[in-house]
Ligand binder design. Sequence first.
Ligand SMILES: C[S@@+](CC[C@H](N)C(=O)[O-])C[C@H]1O[C@@H](n2cnc3c(N)ncnc32)[C@H](O)[C@@H]1O
Length: 488
Amino acid sequence: MTKEEFLYEISEKIVGLLGLDFQPNQWPDMERRVIAAANDLKLNTSVDAIYEWLSKSQLTTIELNTISSHLTINETYFFRETTALELFTHIIVPSLINERRGKNERIKIWSAGCSSGEEPYTLAMILNEHFPELANWDVTILATDISPNAIQKALHGEYTDWSFRNTDNNIKNKYFTATAKNWKISSKLKKMISFSYLNLSKNSYPSSVTNTEQVDVIFCRNVMMYFTPQIIKEVSARFKDSLVENGWFITSQVELNDDYFSNFERVNYQNGIFYQKANKPKEPLRLKQNIQSSVVRTLTTKEKPKRELVSTLTKKVVPVSEIRVQPAPISPETYFQRGEYKNCIECCLKNISQGGLNIKLFTVLIKSYANLGMFHDCQKELSRIINSNEATADMYYIYASLLNEQNDLTLTELNLKKAIYLNHNHILSHLMLGDIFMKTNKRNLAIKHYENIIRITTDINENEIVPQSDGLTVGRIKELSESIIRKL
Ligand SMILES: C[S@@+](CC[C@H](N)C(=O)[O-])C[C@H]1O[C@@H](n2cnc3c(N)ncnc32)[C@H](O)[C@@H]1O
């Protein structure tokens, strides 16, 4: 067997074992990792021995654990990607509670690819904080991963400060106790979660054996981006079968893909897109008040959500205690959080006219216009503001994101280019341009932007969070760009 043939065979074995996608340009890296795994296991690392090892009909748990820990990426943190968590807090769980209260008081959540547990523990904290009523319900949070090491860490429940980079200190102090160096999770939270081993690329779900039937919400974020397209499609089909009617499938925003997830209905919420199972004529999730059920109906159609109404719903389900603690004097951000968009716009325009243009003001201003359905009417005003000398690359990017949501690709592209003109290294603008060029079949242009990201990120600490990115790290965006280029 030539070296090429050997590497091809190994990459195929890895797809079979873990579903992971290694393209030819990554084969040297894959080879290094496989050899490291064989070394850890004190196995012979010759080409023939490795081939023979991976050709075994079944690897032992220790072997699978070792190889998966060398080949997978376990990075995660508490309260990651807040839009998905807000959807969970303000739409999904309240809808389930209203639908099932007094009848079928159960909720099942699955964190698939949970790594060291930060994601399922985050969901448990949200349930505990916002929905005390659920203490008497049958609530299951199933958390699975292919890496027994990661599950072991989750069960141990001790975390370094780095896992809390997006966590409010009050929450941290409430649910964790300081140890000599780290933070240990409360036993109450631990009891809410059932951790187990599950390889998503295998056909072990839905099944009562793995407790993966009749699931209401699946969180599978930052996992499938490493799978081959074929495996992604298979996983997506099995997830659909695991879900109840109208159940939710939440991916990371960088994994959205209409081809892979065409078996689900797209749902827009805030700036994100999520998926919902809807293969029966839709029974809208019933909320108490008429206005709320009409909002959810809006949310579950393919149309864009009526932003004003979505926010009304969000506002209604925010616990009263939270609303009361709004700081005074009233800032534009506070008006925005309260859903008082007209007041917010007035306040922003006043501050901006007094020379106070900044990214926060500009963001809430355009989002308020969007929530009032006035985004298009106000574009003259917005472009006057943004074309002032004070505008920054971040502002052009935020403006472009909203234009992109309105499907105005021409103006989106123009504003992203302005962002890049101001800051050649504006990672998110390159990412969005890459995505637009992919969608419009301009492959070479798309590649150029993803290559730019790889170049820009080479010298940056990969754990740094990219501004305006909702918690994405430099490393994650780099990996994503590399994986897209491989697939192009
Ligand atoms: C980057 S972490 C994501 C953790 C968490 N979902 C998040 O978004 O923060 C990816 C996780 O997917 C797991 N994984 C990779 N391949 C898998 C497979 N075939 N089956 C199950 N889990 C897998 C890895 O072990 C790793 O813990």
